[in-house]
Design a protein around this ligand. Sequence first.
Ligand SMILES: Nc1nc2c(ncn2[C@@H]2O[C@H](COP(=O)(O)OP(=O)(O)OP(=O)(O)O)[C@@H](O)[C@H]2O)c(=O)[nH]1
Ligand SMILES: [Mg+2]
Length: 659
Amino acid sequence: MTQIMTESASPRPVSLILGTAGHIDHGKTELVKSLTGINTDRLKEEQERGISIELGFAYLDLPNGRRIGVVDVPGHERFIKTMVAGASGIDIVLFVIAADEGVMPQSVEHLDVCRFLGVKSGLIALTKADLVSEEDVELAEEDVRDFVEGTFLESAPVILTSAKTRQGIDALLNQIVRLVEEVPGRSVAGTFRMPIDRSFTIQGFGTVVTGTVISGRASVGSAVEIYPHGITAKVRRIETHNTLVEEALAGHRTAINLPKVTKSEIRRGDVLSVPKRFRAGYVFDVHLMLNRSEKAELKSGARIRFHVGTKEAMGRVWPIGEATFKAGFDGFAQVRLEEEIVALFSDRFVLRTYSPALVIGGGSVLAASSRQRFRLKGALAEQLVMMKDGAEPERVAVLVRSTFPKPPGLSEIAAQLGLQDDMARPATDALCDQGILFQLSSTPMRFLHAADVGQLEDVLLAELRRYHERFPLRAGMQERALASKVRQPVLREFFGDILRRALASGKVIQQGTLLRLASHSSSLTDAQEQVAQVVRSRLETAGTNPVDAGFILNEVQGKVPGSSVGDLREVINYLVQSGDAVRVSPELLLSADGIGRVARMIEGYLSRNQTMTVGAARDLLKSSRRFVVPILEYLDRVGITRREGDIRVRGASGLEALE
Ligand SMILES: Nc1nc2c(ncn2[C@@H]2O[C@H](COP(=O)(O)OP(=O)(O)OP(=O)(O)O)[C@@H](O)[C@H]2O)c(=O)[nH]1
Ligand SMILES: [Mg+2]
């Protein structure tokens, strides 16, 4: 951002990045200089030592009037971490091999990095042509052809160049033009994401972060978040190739000015994106490929370095299912990191051994995971196959499952799968129709996988079963009582939804406010059960007022023709025995809920006033003496109150005496 205030007419940028790769001293930086006129070795130390240490950035104006971004990477084996960060955003690799040295160790390692990162096109520069004989050139070419056989560079052009004599530079440019026209530019669809490779401060402007935008777009004034730190900021200025622009677009080298952020809060490897879009995670299920070399053999649980975007994170890796890590492994693995990162479906990664740090594998991220390592069994592998090779709805289903117990919404599903917001909707609709996903009633809508819903439902069923075992005579459990038994946060939050599903499936039956398992039968006959319904609802309506059993008879006989006094007596006995009702006197009944409420009111009164007269109880319950006296006598009997002359005091038992 040194020219942050300038704005010049310049060639139209194309959404593509060309990146160098190759062994130390093979002439990468010189070649970039020959092509672009820009020396990317900016550091004093780089100039003194004659090697690249940091990533270098330039841009290349092509003869066809287009401008592309260029990233120059260091070749030294100690800077592979930096190299991977630089290579992570490139579309075309300019693979550099010195004609006088041929293929060297970091040639191999850099080619692996490009392969694992999924780079698909490139060209090979055989440099330092001025130093070798024609014969040597032939040998070197052969060497190179062998080296790239079977890789994405197999049929890439090999161009003999010299930075000294400028031999081959035009030919190289022409080949780059050809590739730029051939390679599809990055799509600006999708969520804006820019892995940060540098951050610095400019006097008067504040913090600037740079990187390659890998998807989407962001404009001046838009809000962004620095993941995984959760720091939000506003974009003040954007620069692409030293030119002020209004928008940062996918495939562009970009510098973004975030004036309010402190530089120390940002590190290479952080990701700049849309606020509140992603969840950072420690654990990822991945598709992993290991090199064929012996050095690529890994122990299950081996410590590794995981590179994604511009980030290097330490962690461990385990195979999923029965497989073991052998050289040439091509399968599923779980990576557990020591710090949180943001990585999404299909993001490419590179794996290095911990020590010595060697590139041994890589692949793509399938899903952030919440599964335990010891559960990495076959079923998971099947899901991951779907994630890797499946159609969109299958991936959506696997993704939703992997987020349990935090049901995702549409925008999160879309973000994790790299889709646009409205693109996840058809998939979720279809999956809900098929019963694979379950739409929760929350706003905005969120989803659970049917398998997880099933498990949550089982928790409710088990709770009801326990209740039936404890109170076999009771017809069922109050919905409120069931809700209060639930511990799992996700089940508490979506209790109503899960219950609705259990009711719809017929496993749970609702009667008034009571819930019971379909398999639980009350010991009443059908006719008696109808009588019981009438009594229950009568008691419920009466609330804290006792009901005279004699007065219910008419209602019962009106609603259940053919029922007798005997039936009513039987039912009342049953309700009292099962605990659904209490008899405060031989003829007066209260529902269990009603007596509970009365007891709580009296308890409350006594804790404020210590003593209570019958008159006070009558006012409190807004009832008559005829009802209040038997109620108090009942409470005396269970020990909640105690009579002392004309007044009541607290008894020896608490409210649980009513349970
Ligand atoms: N004679 C000759 N020397 C070259 C040529 N290209 C590069 N060199 C020299 O080779 C040395 C290394 O060149 P660089 O471009 O710095 O190599 P590099 O690949 O960028 O090295 P690292 O970034 O450290 O990996 C320098 O001394 C260059 O002057 C060339 O075409 N001909
Ligand atoms: Mg260099």
